[in-house]
Design a protein around this ligand. Structure first.
Ligand code: ATP
Ligand code: MG
Length: 439
């Protein structure tokens, strides 16, 4: 197939070609396809990352070769066909998976989610045109440089998200692109170009047709972005649709002093912590926890994340400051993973509230500090952390049976209260002193 000589923008022939460090398996795939007479370019997130000076986390290749031609070029190698429906053949080489997709133009979208048919094309430009944003439509080949038909390079430099072509049309074809835009804005800190932003607001209804799993995955990535605050502020109406009918409570806060756009970026980018922060305003309303649970179920959150978020939200007013025993009980109630998260959440809520109470912040920060010390030592969080167990008690004469459990509970409470150290001999002596073990 003849090389496409049309240069819209990017590296003109003869000019210095930007050199990006390409992993050996990627260079190999480009060479093999090129050597067999096909066009092949890097495209999408990896080129975007190169242009931002970042190291890509994966590499997508786009080629004029049809899937069975890709098979022929790499015959005998490790290939996976799971993406064949979209024209993608995955090459696994040196532990790296490379998605090699045939140039495509999408057929009509009748359901707002999937193109009716995938049509192959021999034109890189057409393949670029079906991509979501200009920043994701820039192609690159180490020997040829940048191929940029839609001004993606300039948009990346201006840190701008712009739909390829008519934004309204692109979002009505596939509304997931709306959430992708918000996720990229939150993660990359890019702004959404004005026309694209208007089309997002206009097209948000289309999100109703998108599956819960895909919404949740984009939402989670968005929430963990360093720039999520601006997205929550500027696209409340879009989140409304994702979260309806609980929207008002979540995005506007039922408690006037929860400022989500300020709160979220103040939290470490841990998915559970950010989700807890995001659902916090809803949790504080009447029936709040049940609503959060219903919403997380509807969004198909995994059970473990949901349980942890609900645990954090249900212990929002668990005492944690004032004395060591209080903190130890807090730690025992939440466990060593979630206790620090809940403290972090409470600190961020207080700090970003309309009228932060400096004294309260200081007490919480002190508790967080002590908690860290407790957790890095041999802190007792559950019964199983006790330095003695039922067998040890039986070995010193406590009879087997229900009573043993009560003695262990009492030892656990005594350790939490600082009455006795979590040390085997001391615990046994304490148990003997407190309980008549002959009974
Ligand atoms: P990241 O991998 O960091 O999420 P990415 O841009 O590589 O970012 P992918 O989901 O891996 O995103 O998709 C690869 C490329 O496929 C995108 O860069 C874009 O060109 C195209 N693409 C993905 N999803 C869509 C979509 N819904 N509509 C149009 N093009 C899409
Ligand atoms: Mg990618």
């Amino acid at each position: 197939m003849e090389k496409n000589q049309e240069w819209e923008s990017g590296t003109p022939p003869g000019a210095d070609i930007p050199v990006f460090r390409i992993p050996a398996p990627v260079a190999y795939a480009l060479d093999r396809l090129g050597g067999a007479g096909y066009e092949c370019y890097l495209i999408g997130g990896c080129v975007r990352d190169f242009l931002r000076g970042e190291i890509p986390h994966d590499y997508d290749l786009t080629t004029s070769a049809l899937p069975d031609e890709v098979h022929r070029v790499f015959s005998g190698e490790h290939l996976i066909d799971s993406g064949l429906r979209h024209g993608t053949v995955t090459l696994v080489r040196d532990g790296m998976t490379l998605e090699i997709t045939t140039y495509r133009r999408d057929g009509a979208y009748l359901d707002g989610r999937h193109p009716e048919a995938v049509e192959y094309t021999s034109s890189l430009r057409e393949d670029a045109a079906r991509r979501d944003f200009t920043m994701n439509a820039v192609a690159y080949h180490p020997a040829e440089g940048i191929r940029d038909y839609f001004g993606g390079e300039a948009d990346i430099r201006a840190r701008r998200i712009r739909a390829v072509g008519c934004a309204d049309k692109r979002f009505s074809e596939d509304a997931l692109r709306i959430l992708r835009a918000l996720r990229f804005a939150a993660v990359l800190g890019f702004s959404v170009e004005e026309e694209t932003a208007k089309a997002i607001h206009r097209g948000a209804e289309g999100l109703r047709r998108i599956s819960a799993e895909r919404i949740q995955s984009e939402l989670q990535r968005m929430l963990c972005g360093g720039h999520v605050g601006a997205v929550v502020r500027d696209f409340q109406d879009v989140l409304a649709l994702v979260l309806s009918p609980w929207y008002e409570a979540v995005t506007q806060g039922t408690r006037s002093d929860i400022d989500l756009p300020a709160l979220l970026p103040a939290l470490a980018p841990d998915p559970v912590l950010r989700a807890a922060g995001f659902f916090l305003p809803l949790a504080e309303s009447k029936e709040g926890l049940a609503d959060v649970e219903a919403l997380m179920r509807r969004l198909r959150y995994d059970r473990r994340s949901m349980t942890r978020v609900l645990k954090l939200l249900s212990h929002l007013s668990e005492p944690c400051t004032g004395s060591l025993p209080v903190l130890r009980r807090f730690l025992a109630a939440l466990g060593p993973v979630d206790a620090p998260l809940l403290l972090a959440l409470r600190i961020a809520v207080e700090k970003t509230s309309a009228a932060p109470d400096a004294e309260h912040v200081r007490a919480l920060e002190e508790a967080a500090h002590t908690l860290q010390e407790l957790c890095s030592g041999r802190a007792v969080c559950t019964l199983s952390d006790l330095a003695v167990g039922g067998r040890d008690l039986m070995a010193v004469g406590f009879p087997r049976g229900e009573r043993l459990g009560r003695v262990l509970q009492a030892l656990f409470a005594a350790v939490l209260d600082g009455e006795v150290e979590n040390e085997r001999e001391r615990l046994l002596a304490y148990a003997r002193r407190r309980f008549d073990h002959s009974v």
